[in-house]
Design a binder for this molecule. Structure first.
Ligand SMILES: C[S@@+](CC[C@H](N)C(=O)[O-])C[C@H]1O[C@@H](n2cnc3c(N)ncnc32)[C@H](O)[C@@H]1O
Ligand SMILES: [Mg+2]
Length: 365
C-alpha cells in the first residue's frame, strides 16, 4: 500500500467528481468568472481571428481544446462561447454557418472523472466531443492541429511541489507551513521558479500544437499589482489548522511539514514577461478579474470552505489519513468564520477574486 505522505512529487489531484463536495456543485466562483470573461474573450477573438488564415484552405473543421476542463458544467459553457464566436466570425467573413464543423477536445489529468463529464454533455451540443487525458505541461496534440486553446482556472497548478521546499537541508524548506508567504523569500523563490519551468513548457507545447493565427485564452489565479493575495491568506489558514491538529496529536508534525499545496499565484507581470520571452504569442488582451467581478458579496465561511474543499480534498486525502479529512475541514470552516470578516472587510475592494485573463494569438510563421 502507498505510504501516506510519501508522494509529494506526484502531480495528479483531480477535482471531486460527484456528491456534496463535488467540483460541479462547488465551482460557482469559476462559473462567475466565465460569465464575466465571456464578452472580453468574444470581443478579442472577433478582432484577432482570421478564419482564412487558421483554416489555411484545407478543411472546414475547427478544433477547440479546453485544458484542465474538470467535470463540468463550466467547460461546456466556455466551449459554447468559442463556438458561437467562431460562427459569428464565419458569418462576417462570408463563410456561412453550415460550412463549419467543430471538434472539441476535453483535457484533464488521467484521473479526472471523464464519465461524469461526458454523461452531462449538453444534449443539443453542436460539436463532436473527445477526451484527451494527460498533463498540459507536456505535449497533448499533433503539430499545427488546434485552432483555439482555452484554459480556465487550471494553470496555477504546478506540475509538482518544488523539490527544495520539502528538502530538510535546503534554505527553502517549508517547515510548519503548507504554502508560501511573501516574506519568506527562499520558499517564494522556489515556488516561482517551478511556475516558470511549468509555464514555459506549457507555452512551448501549445506553440507547436496550435495553427499559425490560432487563438489561446488563459484565465487563472494571478495577482494584479498592489493587491492582497487572498488565495495565499486562505491557504495559510489551512496550514495553521493543520499545525493546530498536530499540536493536539491528531496528526504528526512530520506529515504537516512534508505537505505543501502545489499551486502558485504569479504576479500578472511574471505571466506577461514569460509570454513575451516565449515569443510565439502576441497578447491581445490582459485583464485583471478583480475589477470585473462584483465585489459586494460578503465573505461566507461555509461557501469559502466548500469551494476550497472541492479542489483540495484530493490533495489532503492523498497525504493524510482519510479519517482526519472531515475533521480538518470542520476546523477550517470554524477558523474562517472567526477570521474572514476581519481579514477581508467588505469595504476593502482590493482582495477578492483575483485572477488574470490573457487572450493571445499565435504569431504567423
Ligand atoms: C479548478 S479546476 C477548473 C475546471 C474548469 N476549467 C472550470 O473553469 O471550472 C482545475 C482543473 O485543472 C486540472 N489540472 C491541473 N493541472 C493539470 C495539468 N497539468 N494537466 C491537465 N489538467 C490539469 C485539474 O485536474 C482540475 O480538473
Ligand atoms: Mg510543509
Amino acid at each position: 500500500m502507498e505510504r501516506k505522505g510519501s508522494n509529494q512529487s506526484h502531480e495528479e489531484f483531480p477535482m471531486n467528481g460527484q456528491g456534496e463536495y463535488s467540483y460541479a456543485q462547488n465551482s460557482n466562483h469559476q462559473r462567475l468568472t466565465a460569465d464575466v470573461t465571456k464578452h472580453i474573450i468574444r470581443e478579442a477573438m472577433l478582432e484577432m481571428l482570421d478564419l482564412e488564415t487558421v483554416l489555411h484552405n484545407s478543411s472546414n473543421v475547427i478544433r477547440i481544446a479546453d485544458l484542465g476542463c474538470s467535470v463540468g458544467p463550466n467547460t461546456f459553457f466556455t466551449v459554447q462561447n468559442f463556438i458561437d464566436t467562431v460562427n459569428l466570425k464565419s458569418q462576417s467573413q462570408g463563410h456561412g454557418l453550415d460550412s463549419l464543423e467543430f471538434q472539441v477536445y476535453f483535457n484533464d489529468h488521467v484521473g479526472n472523472d471523464f464519465n461524469t463529464l461526458f454523461k452531462s454533455l449538453p444534449e443539443d451540443k453542436q460539436y463532436y466531443a473527445a477526451a484527451v487525458p494527460g498533463s498540459f505541461h507536456g505535449r497533448l496534440f499533433p503539430e499545427s492541429s488546434i485552432h483555439v486553446f482555452n484554459s480556465t482556472y487550471a494553470l496555477h497548478w504546478l506540475s509538482r511541489v518544488p523539490r527544495e521546499i520539502v528538502d530538510k537541508n535546503s534554505p527553502a524548506y517549508n517547515k510548519g507551513k503548507i504554502f508560501y508567504i511573501d516574506e519568506d523569500k527562499e520558499v517564494t523563490k522556489a515556488y516561482s521558479a517551478q511556475f516558470k519551468r511549468d509555464f514555459e513548457s506549457f507555452l512551448n507545447s501549445r506553440a507547436l500544437e496550435i495553427v499559425p493565427g490560432g487563438i489561446m485564452s488563459l484565465t487563472f489565479l494571478c495577482v494584479p499589482p498592489d493587491t492582497k493575495n487572498a488565495f495565499q491568506v486562505l491557504s495559510n489558514i489551512m496550514g495553521d489548522v493543520l499545525v493546530e491538529m498536530a499540536n493536539k496529536d491528531l496528526i504528526s508534525h512530520e506529515l504537516v511539514d512534508s505537505f505543501n499545496i502545489p499551486i502558485y499565484t504569479p504576479a500578472s507581470k511574471e505571466v506577461i514577461e514569460l509570454i513575451q520571452k516565449n515569443g510565439k504569442f502576441e497578447i491581445e488582451k490582459s485583464e485583471f478579474l478583480y475589477r470585473l467581478i462584483d465585489t459586494k458579496r460578503l465573505p461566507d465561511a461555509q461557501k469559502t470552505c466548500m469551494s476550497r474543499r472541492a479542489w483540495s480534498e484530493g490533495l489532503f486525502k492523498k497525504h493524510f489519513e482519510e479519517g482526519i479529512v472531515d475533521e480538518f475541514f470542520i476546523q477550517y470552516e470554524k477558523q474562517l468564520a472567526e477570521q474572514l470578516t476581519t481579514l477581508f472587510p467588505v469595504s476593502d475592494q482590493n482582495y477578492k477574486d483575483l485572477g488574470g485573463l490573457f487572450v493571445m494569438k499565435r504569431t504567423l510563421v
